[in-house]
Design a binder for this molecule. Sequence first.
Ligand code: CA
Length: 218
Amino acid sequence: MYLLLVEDDLPLGNALLKLLRERYRVHWIRNLTAASSHVDTAEYDAVLLDIGLPDGDGIEWLRSMRNRGWQTPVLILSARDSLDDRIRGLDTGADDYLVKPFEKEELLARIRVLLRRMAGSGHGVLSVGDLHYSVDKQQFFLCDVPLSLPQMESQILAVLMQSGERPVSRERLTQQLYGIGGGTDSNTLDVHIHTLRKHIGKDRIQTLRGFGYRLAAV
Ligand code: CA
């Protein structure tokens, strides 16, 4: 799961980064200009958005992004706690609104809700055949037995599971591994896929030549 954090407050940003990195891949940026370029070039699973940013208003930015058809789930984090602000945020296209200061457990719970919804699974479990993924716990199960996967393989499988049996491009998988502008050595992806196949069975991941991979229910 890959989150984008848009927050200009350094102490808060650092604290959130530390908290979230224990559970998710996170990219932290501090203004809307960077937010625009990042959401244009990477697929995030959810965005945590401050409103008061140095180069503009987060809600207006969200409005323009929604008008362009951008659909990534957004959780607004703001000290603005009036009813009007919260309604404006939600009506503009935020999926949720959390008033600062907040308890970290509540933030994590709300992120889990967003990710479950994003995964199209209200109960938070994705399945392809007898391979299951608990989005909340970020735990995989094969025939009901918990899988212990290395970190990179776990991230790759999470992306594949979110797509069910639909194909996922190499580009998307590489992006999940390295982030924007990171390593693009495609051999590394092949190595991780090879390792993943050893854990879950080679027939469960099909190679689509020239495109990428897809999971198969076997
Ligand atoms: Ca701010």
